[in-house]
Design a protein around this ligand. Sequence first.
Ligand code: T3D
Length: 267
Amino acid sequence: MAEPTVIVSKRAGYRILTLNRPDRLNAFNETMHDELRLAIEDAERDETCRSLLLTGAGRGFCAGQDLSDRLARPGEQVVLGGTLEAHYNPLVRKLRALPIPVVCAVNGVAAGAGCNLALACDIVIAAHSAAFVQSFARVGLVPDSGGTWILPRLIGMARARGLALLAEGLPADKAEHWGLIWKAVADGALMNEAEKICQQFANAPTYGLSLIKRALDTAMTNSLDQQLDLERDFQRMASLSPDYTEGVRAFMEKRKPNFTGAKGKLE
Ligand code: T3D
């Protein structure tokens, strides 16, 4: 039997999804797209799964599209767009819309769509030896998978232009310093740190976190007035969740809250 291109490891309260084509630095082919989609959908159906951890096998995180699937024969013209429509765009939309937080442990180089896949996750931590490369311009392409949207929002237009137009690798430490990622950690500590975050999420008020995700995403395009109204509505929704009641009770009783992650009554 062929090796899975995505390895799923189930933990108490979260799942680890490991991209597994290490000889190609975990570049995407159709099979890996399909297996990743199924793994995410399966996790979504599991109510005990309260966060996802995405990482890569071997020395790289993900090198984007497998270019060996894109080599034109003499006289042939390869026309792109279909795979973005069918796979990359739904993947980014799915990660942003998931009602649980997604942690990305960038274990090595993240290039092309692999870089933007990492940046679509909610918390990105990276090994010191990792690097982020908007490698598209090296092969005559345009940053995709949300790259042109997320880069200026995270690091400002000047740095976004530099990364996209020069296609230079950005080391993990500098990525942290620029605000592209949450933090860079020692290589040997990466998975431990990432799993600690997932363990925190496994005991968190998951429904409230899902509203935070949604509120921060809409903040990118809403006016202040729209966002204030949304915060009012989301606060109302959060307050109807059992975790809010428990959170306040636990605070008053000076004990740790026991959050179930259950939804509020308004959804
Ligand atoms: O439908 C569509 O196509 C549109 C969607 C586009 C999305 C995209 O992601 S386009 C961008 C595609 N990705 C790239 O252009 C990145 C290509 N890779 C690199 O530039 C470099 O490999 C890295 C900067 C990521 C890492 O460099 P380095 O020196 O650490 O490793 P390496 O030696 O280049 O790669 C190691 C092996 O992985 C090597 O194979 P070998 O020689 O050991 O047999 C290399 O060919 C292979 N590899 C790396 N990236 C890819 C790949 N094989 C196929 N596709 C790759 N993207």
